[in-house]
Write a protein that binds this ligand. Structure first.
Ligand SMILES: [Zn+2]
Length: 629
């Protein structure tokens, strides 16, 4: 039995198969190399690729320098700053054969920008439309075609609904989007084992060989690569552990490049890998890999799993695996700022030691209004511009559901999310649950007022599920009456919030800290949370045969009082299904039995059901999986 742990489908992940794996590709050390030292320097483009594992737990990275028409793998003892990605760099180190063989790699002792190159901010804004050529490639000896070419362009191009272009247009407020063309399925010269001679458990993919062969197939089929900015290599079967995203040089031009095996060729993972191709790192990495549900560059794409295909999985021993198409949630404000998407009208920068009172900030996923989208609060003595290596600042943004937008619809909680951005943030490997060191500069400041510690169970369990709740950074939202005081940085007071139409707006005060270390106070007002009896594991929920009904218990718990009435509704139902509550409203703490009735016409599949509680001007949610068989 194979594990069914999609990186974007953790709601169905029931296996910890990967806990003990070792990813050696990017962790070789010089002492493991075999050849005699040959110190040298190369100048060329820095290519990088992030690998995101299907299990949703493991991340790896690879680096290359493309110099004088030749590509050399780079092995760092510490990953280079993301501002170097895609730039002309000079790397000095020792060329040696990596453990396991292969062409010589450089064990890097130093990296710097080439003369005249600029990686420090302000970087050029990422705007306009980037064109993707999707190279659909079949492994030799494997005839399957998981989807027709128009299906792949269909998850990218439309400007509305759950597509990659729609997501980026929404996230950038119309400033940046994607368009894609797809080839027909083309035959590769090598078999699956030629390009990835391993299963889910290691990062063995020969990415550059696959890149070269796929591009050659494209050339042979008439693709004019000069017309495109990005190359997406879509394979008809699995690679190794991962889907990959970054950039590669071809014909002297740097292309954003993604490698998408069947399980990852969907809106959520595509949006994530394309984020890497515009130089975005991950965010979060406070407790474990992919621990922030507030960012598509962390773990936001796990909701609204809609089955959208199948394939015969090489890594699962020939089993037929379902492909799921989830909905991504937004890019964080700190990354939107680095990408140049937040103009001066919607960004409030508060200098270190200064104050700003009564600042209105509205939901990040909502259209632009006269309110701010992001507050950036500078830290004394550090760069406060756009995210360079010497930058340190706090950001505050509002995350809430907006209207009928599918993006940020599946947030578990709503409120103000505070990130700390540290441009030179060191790799996070505090325990064996991290599996990797891929943390980026930004991470949410967790809030223990809504749900107390622990928010994570460390080694050897390594679980975000605590007392039947998915915690991690899911409760990093700050709400009315709460104050975060950072010590050396700001004091951030959340005054109140209101809704105008579909748009939720929070009002904040920013003051210099009056204390010497982080502290939290509040909440002062009414707050509550939702949980459900099915969510004690990733696989929890309701399973029904279509035409019948099933039930689950929803609990509305009082976090802070005095209590106010909370009303319950559900959403995300498949066609022909309806839901009802034994108690549609009540005063927390109370429980209500939710019954979902399906019709004979209800489609078979997995559906993410969102239960929303509203009361006292707050909105809280819980999710479970409805399986209709
Ligand atoms: Zn990634």
């Amino acid at each position: 039995m194979s594990s069914r742990c999609l990186w974007v489908g953790s709601a169905l992940c029931v296996s910890l198969l990967f806990l003990s794996l070792h990813f050696s590709a990017s962790t070789l050390t010089e002492t493991q190399a075999q050849a005699a030292p040959q110190p040298s320097t190369l100048q060329g483009r820095l290519e990088f690729v992030f690998g995101d594992a299907q299990d949703g737990k493991t991340a790896v990275s690879k680096y290359f320098v493309y110099a004088a028409g030749k590509r050399t793998e780079l092995i760092f003892s510490r990953n280079p700053w993301h501002g170097y990605f895609g730039k002309e760099v000079m790397v000095t180190g020792t060329l040696a054969t990596p453990q396991g063989g292969g062409p010589p790699a450089m064990f890097v002792s130093s990296i710097s920008l080439a003369p005249g190159e600029r990686a420090e901010p302000p970087l050029p804004a990422v705007t306009g439309t980037r064109k993707i050529i999707m190279l659909l490639v079949r492994y030799s000896g494997d005839l399957q075609q998981p989807h027709v070419p128009s299906w792949y362009t269909g998850i990218i191009n439309p400007s509305t609904g759950n597509t990659v272009n729609s997501f980026y247009l929404s996230s950038s407020w119309g400033q940046f989007g994607w368009t894609a063309d797809a080839t027909n399925w083309m035959l590769l010269p090598g078999s699956k084992t030629t390009y990835a001679n391993c299963g889910w458990s290691s990062a063995c993919a020969q990415l550059t060989t696959l890149f070269d062969d796929a591009v050659n197939a494209g050339v042979a089929n008439g693709v004019n690569f000069a017309l495109y900015d990005n190359i997406a290599i879509v394979t008809n079967n699995d690679l190794d552990c991962c889907a990959w995203g970054g950039s590669m040089v071809y014909n002297g031009k740097l292309y954003g490049t993604v490698w998408e095996p069947p399980w990852s060729a969907q809106q959520g993972t595509f949006s994530h890998e394309l984020g890497h191709s515009i130089d975005l790192p991950h965010s979060g990495w406070v407790y474990y890999a992919y621990d922030s549900p507030w960012d598509v560059m962390s773990k936001s794409s796990i909701y609204n799993l809609q089955a959208c295909g199948t394939y015969v999985s090489a890594n699962d021993g020939g089993a037929t695996d379902t492909i799921y198409c989830p909905t991504p949630e937004d890019h964080i404000g700190a990354h939107k700022d680095v990408l140049g998407w937040i103009d001066a009208v919607h960004l409030l920068t508060v200098p270190a030691g200064s104050s700003a009172t009564g600042v209105a900030v509205d939901a990040l996923a909502a259209p632009l209004s006269t309110s701010r989208k992001l507050i950036k609060i500078c830290v004394a003595g550090y760069d406060c511009t756009s995210g360079g290596a010497t930058a340190r600042y706090y950001t505050a943004e509002v995350r809430a559901h907006y209207g009928s937008s599918p993006f940020d619809f599946y947030l578990l909680n709503e409120g103000v999310i505070i990130h700390f951005y540290q441009g030179d943030r060191p790799a996070q490997q505090p325990n064996s649950c991290f599996f990797n060191d891929q943390s980026g500069p930004a991470y949410p400041i967790d809030n223990f007022n809504v749900v107390p510690a622990p928010h994570y169970i460390g080694p050897p369990t390594c679980s975000e599920w605590v007392s039947g709740q998915r915690r991690g950074l899911y409760y990093a939202n700050w709400n009315d009456g709460q104050t975060f005081d950072s010590g050396a940085g700001p004091r951030i007071e959340i005054l109140n919030h209101y809704a105008s139409g579909s748009v939720v707006t929070y009002v904040l005060n920013i003051f210099p800290s009056s204390i010497t270390s982080n502290s939290v106070s509040g909440p002062a007002g009414f707050d509550f949370r939702l949980s459900n009896s099915g969510s004690t594991s990733n696989a929890g929920g309701i399973t029904v045969v279509h035409g019948s009904s099933g039930s689950i218990t929803i609990t509305v718990s009082l976090v802070n009082g005095p209590a106010q009435s909370v009303s319950l509704i559900c959403s995300g139902l498949p066609a022909g299904a309806s839901c009802g509550f034994s108690s549609p409203s009540g005063s927390p703490t109370f429980s209500s039995t939710l019954t979902i009735s399906t019709a004979g016409s209800t489609p078979v599949g997995y559906f993410t059901i969102k239960v929303i509680g509203t009361g006292g001007g707050l909105s809280r949610s819980t999710f479970f999986t409805l399986r209709v068989s």
